[in-house]
Design a protein around this ligand. Structure first.
Ligand code: SAH
Length: 570
């Protein structure tokens, strides 16, 4: 599609190279001369201007020409580096939003769309599904423009790969533009504008004789995909046998198509049952099948049985859809202690699960279209099981927790329940102990540990010797779960044990609700620590025998002997 009468204008030499490329891509005219003159000359005859000019300068340049939004051309600014496409005027009526979307998808840039209906932080259609390896193809500009204009789309998925939250209206109307998640080429013919999402679903098994040409392998694979109606963009991996790890023609054909290769040991392939085994192949490479066995080893079902040319074989398997489970740490509470990685994962989650208040906190980073599932205190197993079940069903799930999700939190009960049929990742966070440590100064400047005083899942007989050992070895200690309703004696007991090893003057910090609105930081000593004042959402930090208070802050020196800072760069 060519945007009608588009003119591309550049201000600098670098911008000029980009402008040449954009003009070619858009089928647009490239203006010569100074931007001021080029804009004046094109304003009334062009439907759209693409200015490779800074937004500030572009604003000044177009200002004298502006009349009204129905008559003015669309204006899109692109920075010299091609990182952003900014619709400046004519977003809806002029089509600048859609044009920016189209430019962004060509340059792999970010469209900076500021008109009201898009302000909710929509991803571009190209960004949807990117985290799970889905690739968008097709009419991105038209469908993107339709969405930006407030239209609805029909969504069809052949398999449940996670696409991410859909922040726009969807419809069952077959005449609406279509988002189709499919690895099949001709799956969605018809007149409606269509964006196809290609899941990484296909595994292509390849076998070859020594000296095969890249052409022969490439043609065989291309034809096998085409005859089966499968998209090359859905190829996840090419798999072969170890012995072909240096087969030049095979590697070249695969590299030309941008696919990763895995080489599998012959014994592993021999153990995979296949429909078309061959004694000749067994004699040559030690497995009765290479192509079919390799495809099946990584894939699910064989969709193309072995096909061959004189020197190559191919078979194709389809992997089952894989959901995604991300364990996201939210930090102690403050919004600016949520890491950018955690934010990005939350933005891509289709479902966010967790203890109610944490889900509320996470909601700030999610996109429209997300589903929030809040659980009560103590429902850890139910939370974990729900998250795993949804991910198995092909969703993009974020399970959230405070501090670090792996520290006295949801990561362990969840990872105990998840197999290798789901893609899992864990996003680390700032723990309560680290947040408290920062508020107190530098209590953890030397060796330190965390001990939970909760006897809910751990008997006191297991906890007590740890306190004893930590106290005896002069570790700084963060006590988690120091107290809860109906459980109030453990901290007093811990203090008693510590006083047997450390002086009553040892610095102690009591930090309640670190980085939350009710934050309270109390600096005291082991002797003066009033255990009855300590509450549930509190960590208690105990200094070592060499910790001291400097200007109201706990400092634990880096070593015991003099000034030991020289050993390690600070
Ligand atoms: N995953 C969390 C710990 C959960 S266990 C982390 O990494 O920090 C719950 C205990 O953590 C609470 O009883 C309390 O001891 C401590 N805690 C959690 N958040 C806190 C905060 N903001 N301030 C102080 N202590 C906190």
């Amino acid at each position: 599609m060519t945007h009608p009468r588009t003119v591309v204008v550049a201000a600098t030499a670098t911008g000029r190279d980009l402008a040449v490329d954009l003009a070619r891509h858009l089928g647009a005219d490239l203006a010569d001369g100074r931007p001021r003159d080029a804009i004046a000359a094109s304003w009334s005859r062009a439907d759209a201007l693409v200015l490779v000019v800074a937004v500030g300068a572009a604003t000044r340049l177009v200002a004298p020409h502006l009349t009204d939004k129905h008559a003015d051309p669309a204006v899109v600014c692109v920075d010299d580096a091609g990182r952003f496409a900014v619709p400046l005027v004519g977003g809806h009526e002029g089509g600048a939003n859609a044009l920016a979307e189209r430019i962004a998808s060509h340059l792999d840039a970010t469209p900076v769309v500021t008109t009201a209906s898009e302000a909710a932080g929509w991803p571009s259609l190209g960004e949807l599904g990117a985290r799970t390896g889905l690739r968008a193809e097709g009419d991105l500009a038209t469908v993107g423009g339709h969405l930006l204009g407030g239209g609805a789309v029909r969504v069809v998925r052949d398999a449940a790969w996670p696409l991410g939250p859909l922040p726009f209206a969807t419809t069952d109307d077959p005449s609406a533009p279509l988002l189709h998640l499919t690895d099949r080429i001709a799956a969605t013919p018809g007149p409606v504008p269509t964006v196809r999402y290609r899941p990484p679903s296909l595994v292509v098994g390849v076998g070859a004789s020594r000296g095969v040409s890249a052409q022969e392998v490439g043609d065989l694979v291309d034809t096998a995909l085409a005859d089966a109606g499968l998209s090359p963009a859905a190829v996840h991996t090419v798999a072969t046998v170890d012995a072909k790890a240096d087969e030049v023609g095979l590697l070249e054909a695969v590299a030309d198509r941008g696919w990763p290769v895995v080489c599998l040991p012959a014994e592993q392939l021999a153990a995979t049952p296949v429909p078309n085994p061959s004694d000749v192949v067994r004699a040559a490479v030690g497995t009765p099948s290479v192509a079919e066995a390799a495809a099946l080893h990584l894939g699910g079902d064989l969709v193309v049985e072995k096909r061959r040319t004189a020197m190559a074989t191919v078979a194709i398997a389809r992997r089952p859809a894989r959901g995604r489970l991300v364990l996201v740490s939210l930090g102690p509470g403050a919004e600016d202690l949520v890491t950018p990685r955690a934010r990005a994962e939350l933005a891509d989650a289709e479902v966010v699960i967790g203890y109610g208040p944490y889900v509320d906190q996470a909601a700030a980073f999610t996109r429209r279209g997300v589903r929030l599932e809040r659980f009560g205190l103590g429902e850890e197993v139910a939370r974990a099981e729900r998250a795993v079940a949804l991910a198995r069903a092909g969703h993009a799930v974020a399970l959230v927790g405070s501090g670090d999700v792996g520290v006295y939190a949801m990561a362990s009960p969840t990872l105990e329940r998840v197999g290798d049929d789901v893609d899992v990742s864990v996003v680390p966070g700032v723990t309560a102990a680290l947040a408290a440590s920062a508020l107190l100064g530098a209590p953890f400047g030397h060796d330190h540990c965390s001990i939970s005083l909760s006897t809910l899942l751990t008997p006191w007989e297991a906890i007590e010797p740890r306190i004893e050992a930590a106290a005896a070895s002069d570790l700084a200690i963060a006590f988690y779960n120091p107290r809860s309703r109906g459980r109030d004696w453990q901290l007093a007991e811990a203090r008693r044990i510590l006083l047997r090893h450390r002086p009553p003057t040892t610095p102690v910090g009591v930090v309640r609700d670190a980085e939350r609105p009710d934050q309270e930081v109390v600096l005291t000593t082991l002797g003066d620590l009033d255990v009855d004042q300590v509450q549930m959402t509190t960590v208690v930090l105990i200094g070592t025998s060499i910790s001291r208070v400097v200007a109201g802050r706990i400092v634990t020196p880096r070593g015991y002997a003099g000034d030991a800072t020289a050993e390690v760069p600070a």
